[in-house]
Ligand binder design. Structure first.
Ligand SMILES: *[C@@H]1O[C@H](CO)[C@@H](O)[C@H](O)[C@H]1NC(C)=O
Ligand SMILES: *[C@@H]1O[C@H](CO)[C@@H](O)[C@H](O)[C@H]1NC(C)=O
Ligand SMILES: *[C@@H]1O[C@H](CO)[C@@H](O)[C@H](O)[C@H]1NC(C)=O
Ligand SMILES: *[C@@H]1O[C@H](CO)[C@@H](O)[C@H](O)[C@H]1NC(C)=O
Length: 368
């Protein structure tokens, strides 16, 4: 072979083995034993993550990220939404303080306003519901004012924003937010060509109902299926079923084409004694199958929306020992706090890892 051919093949090889751009990791920091930001970013880079999502706009982390190719998602904390919604100067100030010092060197691509705002069902929460879309609009104005055009504005919501999810074609938004929040939000996302960011965990519906949902279906094994009687669409996994219920809910409000980003998903690698199915084997299986599904090119999409890519952030980089709640809450990590992997995972989806041998006898009375 001539040197030129070898060189061209080499070029082809490096473009093929390029970092997977579609798979990201949530970098949560609710632990008192986590590696430094510098070490954490080295770990993310060596794992070949394409994207990283922060729960704030930490200056040290954003500065460190400027030396990487990672695309970055930053977040406005919930307690700043009210001010930003009612005062354009506060929105401008937020962008000036948290975006401009790092952009464009740090590849900030998503700016998320709040976190799971519509899950807060208190009086204060309800005020936040009303402020959410106005805050998104004010941030849009601030970015425009700075001539920034490649940062998409969104807000990650949980699946509790849906009233009905099964079968997927029955998907509808909760009536208490449908007209007041979701309609204007979808209008905003559609107009700005942004994304619907959804935190989506097949683990939760499965663990609440393990005898009615097959573990194969929840773990994306692809060897069980359910047909939606209304549409005839065939579902081979619970994640697609949940994603499509959201797509049907959006379509019913007149927005059938807003793209999705999975802002969080994952499977717990451990939990309390009675928390069924939370183990390393299932976590590895779910995340490996997820990466294969989401990084395939051309994209697979979902039954209702085939062929459309869905950028996906796995939750989470580390086990976080200060998260409140049941045992599983502190065990969503890909890595131990010392930076070693809890199980092998290839974020590029290029080197499928055969699943480990099943663990010894499960802790619970059920066999899963
Ligand atoms: C709006 O925010 C700016 C900047 O933080 C502040 O100086 C101003 O007092 C605020 N205006 C109102 C009406 O709250
Ligand atoms: C959504 O955006 C598309 C493309 O920009 C546009 O054609 C469509 O009319 C919008 N839908 C609504 C309901 O505004
Ligand atoms: C489980 O499925 C059975 C049969 O389809 C149904 O009768 C039952 O109500 C379901 N249980 C729950 C808790 O959903
Ligand atoms: C699906 O695959 C898993 C793992 O390979 C296996 O344990 C399970 O029995 C299979 N289920 C069906 C319904 O074939």
């Amino acid at each position: 072979m001539s040197h030129l051919v070898v060189f061209l093949l080499y070029l082809l090889w490096i473009t093929r083995t390029k970092v997977s751009s579609n798979i990201g990791v949530n970098y949560g920091q609710l632990g008192n034993n986590l590696p430094s930001p510098q070490r954490s970013i080295e770990l993310l880079t060596s794992m070949k993550a394409g994207l990283v999502k922060l729960y704030d706009a930490n200056p040290e982390i954003l500065r460190l990220l400027s030396t990487t190719k990672l695309k970055v998602s930053i977040m406005i904390p919930n307690n700043e939404i009210a001010g930003i919604a009612t005062n354009q100067s506060m929105a401008d100030e937020w962008v000036r303080n948290n975006v401009l010092p790092y952009y464009p060197k740090t590849l900030i691509r998503y700016l998320l306003v709040g976190n799971e705002v519509l899950s807060y069902n208190s009086e204060q929460g309800h005020q936040m519901w009303n402020d959410l879309v106005p805050a998104m609009r004010n941030i849009e104005r601030s970015l425009k004012g700075q001539n920034i055009r490649d940062i998409k504005i969104g807000t990650p919501l949980a699946m509790d924003v849906l009233q009905s999810t099964f079968p997927p074609s029955s998907g509808t938004f909760r009536p208490d937010v449908r007209d007041s929040v979701m309609a204007p939000m979808l209008k905003f996302l559609n107009r700005t060509k942004s994304f619907f960011f959804i935190d989506i965990y097949p683990y939760f519906p499965w663990s609440q109902n393990p005898h009615n949902i097959s573990i194969d279906f929840a773990l994306l094994r692809g060897n069980s299926s359910i047909r939606d009687p209304a549409t005839g669409l065939l579902y081979t996994n619970l994640l697609d079923q949940m994603l499509d219920s959201l797509i049907f809910a959006m379509s019913k409000l007149g927005y059938p084409n807003i793209n999705l980003v999975v802002s969080e998903t994952g499977w717990p690698n451990s939990g309390d004694e009675e928390e069924l199915g939370a183990n390393t084997f299932n976590a590895a299986t779910y995340n490996r199958n997820l990466i294969l599904k989401m990084s395939t090119k051309p994209p697979i999409g979902t039954p209702a929306r085939p062929g459309v890519a869905i950028p996906t952030f796995i939750f989470s980089l580390f086990d976080e020992n200060q998260k409140p709640g049941s045992g599983t809450e502190r065990h969503w990590g890909l890595l131990h706090p010392d930076g070693t992997p809890i199980y092998d995972i290839d974020l590029t989806g290029k080197h499928p890892i055969t699943n480990p041998a099943p663990l010894p006898a499960p802790k619970s009375q059920f066999t899963v």
